[in-house]
Design a protein around this ligand. Sequence first.
Ligand SMILES: Nc1ncnc2c1ncn2[C@@H]1O[C@H](COP(=O)(O)OP(=O)(O)O)[C@@H](O)[C@H]1O
Ligand SMILES: [Mg+2]
Length: 141
Amino acid sequence: VIDNSLGIIKASLKLNNIETKISIEEDVNMYIYVSELKQVLVNIIKNAKDAIIERNIENGWIHIEFKVDKHHYIINIEDNAGGIEKEYINQVFDPYFSTKSKNGTGLGLYMSKMIIDEHFNGLLVVKNSENGAKFSIKIKK
Ligand SMILES: Nc1ncnc2c1ncn2[C@@H]1O[C@H](COP(=O)(O)OP(=O)(O)O)[C@@H](O)[C@H]1O
Ligand SMILES: [Mg+2]
């Protein structure tokens, strides 16, 4: 699913010299809504790409990590675009919140959170890492 999601926007990532890395701790079979998870991943990856381009990050990268713990599947998506400004990090999941004056709908993360929370009985959160934004999807096994 991760490969597939990256594939959807591979061309524009390549065009902008953005490196991607996937690390899978353990390959597992999940019984999930594939297209919905794909939609969420594409939203998050696109936002990372937008941030890297908008801020003119030279060696932009997006790293995706899949892990499993006792009760959850965890997907982390981190970029090196510098993160989300503190003053609105709590608003990024609100409907219509966007800092992209014309090109943003502000619905991507709102919908993503709804999908993860309601259809996957999971959690979608974000924090700033030392590199940029780090989104974390946690799905109950
Ligand atoms: N990886 C990221 N780095 C920095 N800011 C981000 C990142 N992802 C999301 N954001 C912020 O969250 C806002 C909301 O994202 P989203 O709901 O996808 O709406 P949109 O992409 O249409 O603006 C973005 O406008 C941006 O300000
Ligand atoms: Mg978006």
